[in-house]
Design a protein. Structure first.
Length: 609
């Protein structure tokens, strides 16, 4: 956990602020006279659920526990963070000694050298057998070179030796995941006797390699281990080729393997990517959603091969996808499931009959439709206990649906599948329980005798979802804008005038403020401290969808507009809630202030801001 997130999670904002002001804690939201301006009536309110505060008086400021400390003690972000860390018992000096991610330029350069070496070995006499293997899969040497295939030979010749001749230090090669030190202390290649596959990020940089065995040894596939450049859970193989097509079609197809992607692109299916043999993660969904919804609503099709159908692990993975979708963070995206005809894997299906595979994609069914039918095959629906177990197995999936119409439709579908009435079906499932005020679910399990996770009404409200999201660490919208402006100096003029308070996360606000004064990371690192400098480098290295200048400018403008709209909507909502608790002169003062918020929001909504 980053120090910023740990400090926030372990700092009781009410306790911290009570050291400086006399709080009235008789209501759910403690209040006090604002410490930042003179007033007769308390307008300073704390929201413990979200760890935030806001003044409804003349200063009209707000923030979290870190921003309060900065303002109260006139501290920099680094000083406030360290003081709160010490207060919470977090040893900052120990955290400073932890290894930190560094810029990955050296790792990328080492990977480029390795890729050239692997391709040269594939073209050399030692690669003859590998080329025969590729030919059997419809890949010639030109295709292999275009798709980044190569050979890591076995025997005396090694990549580590080649890297030494190119002046790549052993530490850099190790950090890139290209070599490893064995028990005898000698350096060895990570991949030997394997077909290699370049793995590129969306910026077309080689960040790692996949490697397939050629002699039947296990494991069948190896990947580059976790490095500062390579994180298997957050990247998608082939996105560098597929990004433009996904944005144009608003559709992405996800397969499992490298060869599936290569076969797809070679046969004209240019919107295909792979999750590299793992379940699709939340970060991968975010990445696909940003591309697939560029022109409006989008679709993600998960293409399962015959080996995956019915496997318990696959069911769990698909249920994980439904859980990710239920958070509401990926609005405008629909996930479907496709099965190639004849139960073939995508590579074989595409090469044998591209038209049939195209048809299987067009006939893909919604994820939840597929899951309900697939799970029904795991139970004995001829028995009452089997029906009850199945109903409780699908209940959390249905309860996660926030749309009443869709939820009723799935209850009806499930009831027909098991041959009972909807009323009877609902009577035998465990009723869900509420999310607590902290936003954490105390128990995620369903089943007889087990506590449930939602309200007895049967679903999570949109307000509950918003509360959970607003209290969680990180802010995708703020971080996306920071990634854009930190990577592209030519976007500076389109964001530099944005008020920092539109950033609601204190670390993002501090980083944005520092960037406003100087766009070069090296010039502002001393202001940010280690943790924020690390975050700045991470955002500066984050993959951005390939685009032209005009689209990047529009992206920045949209981010600024959405941050502005969100900021004023939030203030308006808090003012409305606060007005319900006031009367007389205090209510009139806040009402007068809310008129300005109304005007600001009107300008945003009409595009005049």
């Amino acid at each position: 956990m980053a120090l910023v997130d740990e400090v926030k999670s372990r700092s009781d904002i009410v306790q911290v602020i009570s050291d400086y002001v006399d709080l009235d804690t008789s209501s759910r939201q403690p209040k006090a006279l604002c410490p930042f301006h003179s007033e007769r009536s308390p307008s300073f309110v704390i929201y413990p659920e979200t760890g935030s505060w806001r003044c409804f008086g003349s200063c009209a400021e707000g923030g979290d526990v870190i921003s309060f400390m900065m303002k109260q003690e006139n501290m920099s972000f680094v000083e406030a963070l360290e003081q709160l860390a010490n207060r919470a018992g977090i040893k900052v000096e120990d955290r400073k000694n932890e290894p930190r991610k560094k810029p990955v330029t050296g790792l990328i350069e080492a990977n480029d050298i390795a890729a050239d070496y692997f391709l040269s070995r594939l073209k050399a006499p030692v690669g003859e057998n590998t080329l025969e293997y590729l030919a059997d899969r419809g890949i010639d040497i030109e295709t292999a070179a275009r798709r980044g295939l190569g050979l890591a030979p076995s025997g005396m010749e090694t990549l580590s030796g080649h890297l030494r001749t190119r002046n790549v230090q052993a530490r850099t090669a190790r950090d890139a995941g290209l070599i490893t030190r064995k028990e005898d202390g000698a350096w060895r290649d990570m991949f030997t006797g394997r077909l290699t596959i370049e793995i590129r990020d969306a910026r077309d940089r080689i960040i790692g390699f996949g490697a397939r065995t050629l002699d039947g040894s296990e494991p069948k596939y190896l990947n580059t281990p976790q490095t500062d450049a390579f994180d298997k859970s957050s990247i998608l193989y082939g996105l560098n080729w597929a990004a433009e097509s996904i944005r144009a079609s608003n559709e992405a197809v996800v397969v499992e393997g490298y060869m599936d992607v290569i076969a797809a692109h070679e046969h004209g299916f240019t919107n295909v990517v792979a999750s590299m043999g793992t379940a699709v993660t939340g970060m991968q969904l975010d990445l696909l959603s940003r591309h697939a919804t560029a022109g409006g609503t989008g679709t993600i099709i998960l293409c399962l091969d015959s080996d995956a159908a019915g496997e318990a692990a696959t069911m769990r993975a698909l249920e994980g996808v439904t859980a990710e979708l239920s958070t509401g963070r990926r609005r405008g995206i629909e996930v479907k499931v496709a099965r190639p005809d004849g139960g073939k894997d995508p590579d074989e299906a595409i090469r044998s009959n591209p038209d049939s595979w195209r048809s299987s994609l067009s006939e893909a069914e919604p994820l939840l439709d597929y899951l309900i039918v697939a799970k029904s095959k795991l139970y004995n629906l001829e028995s009452g206990q089997g029906i009850a177990d199945f109903a409780n197995g699908v209940a959390p999936l249905i309860y996660n649906i926030t749309n009443d119409y869709d939820q009723d439709r799935y209850w009806s579908t499930t009831a027909k599948l098991v041959g009972v009435s909807e009323t009877r079906l609902k009577s035998i499932v465990d009723k869900p329980r509420a999310i607590g005020r902290s936003g954490s679910r105390r128990n995620n399990s369903y089943g007889r005798g087990k506590k449930s996770q939602f309200l007895d009404s049967g679903r999570i409200s949109s307000d509950q979802v918003s509360e959970v999201l607003s209290s969680s660490a990180g802010d995708p919208l703020e971080e996306h804008l920071l990634s854009l402006v930190l990577q592209r100096e030519d976007l500076r003029e389109h964001a530099v005038a944005m008020p920092p308070e539109f950033m609601h996360e204190s670390d993002n606000r501090a980083l944005f403020t520092a960037w406003q004064s100087s766009s070069r990371l090296g010039e502002i690192s001393h202001e940010l401290g280690d943790d924020l400098t690390e975050k700045a480098h991470r955002l500066a290295e984050r993959e951005l969808p390939p685009s032209d200048q005009a689209r990047h400018v529009e992206d920045v403008r949209q981010c600024v507009m959405r941050l502005r709209e969100r900021h004023f909507k939030r203030i308006k909502k808090l003012q409305t809630e606060r007005l319900k608790e006031l009367d007389g002169e205090e209510a009139q003062e806040l009402l007068d202030q809310s008129l300005l918020s109304n005007e600001n929001l009107r300008k945003v909504m009409t595009g005049r801001a």
